[in-house]
Design a protein around this ligand. Sequence first.
Ligand code: IMP
Length: 425
Amino acid sequence: MSSLVIVGAQWGDEGKGKITDYLASRSDVVARYQGGNNAGHTVEVGKEKYKLNLIPSGILHADKLCIIGNGVVLDPEAFLNEIKMLQDRGVSTSNLKISDRTHVIFPYHKKIDELSELQRGSNDIGTTKKGIGPAYMDKTERTGIRICDLMKKDVFAQKLKVNLESKNRYLKEIFGFEGYSYQELLEKYLDYAEQIRPYVADTSVLVYDAIKANKKVLFEGAQGTLLDLDFGTYPYVTSSHPGSGGVGTGVGIGPSMINKVIGVVKAYTTRVGKGPFPSELLDETGDYIREKGFEFGTVTGRPRRCGWFDAVIVRYATRINGLTGIALTKLDTLADMKTVKICTGYKLNGEIIREFPASIEDLAGCEPVYEEFEGWGDISGVTEYNKLPTSVIRYIERIEELCGVKAAIISVGPRRDQTIVIDEF
Ligand code: IMP
């Protein structure tokens, strides 16, 4: 049995797309377990660049079974656009399956997301406005509409009627927004239903059978540990469980079926959206990292906030996710800096704390404690670990020591061939 989870170990955008693409080439099945088209990653294959939001990166390998698990929330319009983009570029989507238990996003979810953010004013969360939170709210309220409902015309027509009446009332009373026409939405979604139908399956069975048959299964997380609904910087989080704990409920397997958990970790820290960020660099060093590392959101285009590597965060992620290794990305972005820093702990009310606090008020009061390291030159062409400059190796080893986890993969550039593998899957 061989199964591996890939999680973001920081605030998302750690470069999971590239690492997933690499590990997907060594897998038989790639399954996404949470989030929706709020996620976005770019995979470079030769001269081609693919931007994916919903569909697992495994889709770029023709022989892999790709699964969108029940823990995902699916916007049919975004999904079908992504399918079209892939097909137009000659990528087959015949190996893709969506769980019949996946919840569906509707225009009212997106509208509620947008108007709720506006209403929060300066206290907004900074969501992607893709309707993710409101769709998960319906799921937990037990009024959500799932793919299996969408596949049955009468069931869907009835559920949409009930939901739309209450959503339109809510939109009108709280936000003064007129709402949506039942007939238009019904027709649109019934049309989507027929386009989606060939992809629908009981995907938990497919994953279970693959693991039982000794196939290699990769579980692909979106976002990151600090955006996890339970363990992230609440309320500045997403509404799902990007951590490895999300795999069981998001795909439909038990914890005993997971072998390894790889945390993807950027060589520095970034975050989009609001909320405290202790090692944030609000100076020209932060601007330098942003420009050099192309740190702009794939989904919203927003500039990402940048800061030094924070070992408190990655040590926390190691514990929360049970990481068995890390994939350290974007070391090349820090090249040509005279010195680089690692945040090794926080000072809160005059005391050094080692653990990541629950309260964002405490986190906002944390001052980073830094260690400084000698920088390095261009490493984008290095293909073996031992050929990396000693200053980089010292940086990596200190990260391993502080976070209590070993590096399994080192990435020195965006291309597939710019990957140094220490521990094979
Ligand atoms: P939502 O997921 O759109 O509800 O947004 C909630 C928070 O998660 C916001 O701070 C977003 O910026 C952040 N977020 C959502 N998806 C991603 C992602 O893929 N990368 C980084 N941040 C994300």
